[in-house]
Design a protein around this ligand. Structure first.
Ligand SMILES: Cc1cc2nc3c(=O)[nH]c(=O)nc-3n(C[C@H](O)[C@H](O)[C@H](O)COP(=O)(O)OP(=O)(O)OC[C@H]3O[C@@H](n4cnc5c(N)ncnc54)[C@H](O)[C@@H]3O)c2cc1C
Ligand code: FES
Length: 254
């Protein structure tokens, strides 16, 4: 069930000057939150920012009523969300969107880049719960763009690529040696920049592997009213905020 609810800023974990984890605490918490769900966050204290910002739910704690977000500050809203005072009120509409479908047998590969890593803490835990052997492949421009590897390691093996070779293998995620030789995953999940997800989708298709991608289209309302997030699919246009953000890449025509 969707909620419109006030939370208070509990604290920040600063990953570097542009990337942070924001933890909010509420008087109660909706716990029917699934991997891939997101929240529309109202940005407080910023005149001129009227639209909420869609951010994936990183994790949540039903005992403490806390909910966490990994945020990459790229513009006015995401920068402002990074400088709130402890105890300040933040209004959320959550949980929104559909979710990744966790397989029950076999091996999973999760490929994330940029802020697209956010849904994968929860997905990794869901796959671990199903005893799935999971490999995370995280890509960044440099070692300073690769985050949460310790958290991912709690649910599986972690592989890294950086474009400058400062961490893991040098190159783009699609250059990683995991794609060479024996490549026997049963499912691929991806979230990140569209070109990365499309490249991963074509590797999945070539290897006849089912693949799900979470789209980060621009959104305004987040509840299916404004239609600004629509994406074309092989089954016609789909509203990403309500029918997505997770789609099978074959449906996207990738
Ligand atoms: C379902 C969903 C989940 C998301 N999850 C996360 C998350 O977990 N962490 C996170 O940091 N970000 C996430 N995003 C992206 C985030 O919503 C945008 O970065 C944010 O709305 C930008 O707001 P802003 O006010 O900072 O930027 P603005 O000032 O509005 O824009 C700054 C620049 O960023 C571009 N931009 C704005 N929105 C997007 C977008 N969605 N994708 C690419 N470029 C954009 C603008 O065109 C502009 O060039 C998610 C987006 C969606 C749709
Ligand atoms: S953001 Fe308004 S319909 Fe999707």
């Amino acid at each position: 069930m969707k909620h419109i609810q006030d939370f208070k800023v509990k604290g920040y974990r600063r990953l570097n000057p542009e990337n942070y984890i924001l933890t909010l605490q509420g008087e109660s918490l909706e716990t029917a939150i699934y991997p891939g769900n997101f929240a529309e966050i109202a940005v407080p204290g910023a005149p001129g920012i009227f639209l909420r910002r869609p951010i994936s739910i990183l994790d949540f704690n039903p005992v403490q009523n806390t909910i966490g977000f990994y945020i990459k500050a790229i513009g006015k809203g995401t920068r402002q969300l990074g400088r709130l005072a402890e105890g300040e009120t933040v209004n959320l509409v959550y949980p929104l969107g559909n979710s990744f479908s966790a397989i029950e047998n076999g091996k999973a590969l999760i490929v994330g880049g940029g802020s697209g890593i956010a849904p994968f803490i929860q997905l990794g835990r869901a796959l671990q719960h199903n005893n799935i052997q999971t490999t995370f492949l995280i890509g960044g421009r440099t070692k300073n763009d690769v985050f949460l590897t310790d958290e991912f390691r709690e649910s599986g093996e972690v592989l890294v690529t950086t474009e400058d070779g400062s961490l893991g293998e040098k190159g783009m995620v699609t250059d990683h040696s995991v794609f060479k030789g024996e490549f026997n995953f049963d499912k691929i999940y991806t979230c990140g920049p569209d070109p990365m997800m499309k490249a991963i989708a074509s590797i999945a298709t070539e290897n006849n592997i089912d693949c799900e991608a979470s789209l980060e289209n621009m959104m305004a309302c987040g509840i299916g009213a404004c239609l600004c997030c629509v994406t074309p699919t092989v089954n016609g246009n789909k509203v990403v905020c309500t029918e997505g953000p997770v789609f099978n890449t074959k449906v996207l025509g990738w």
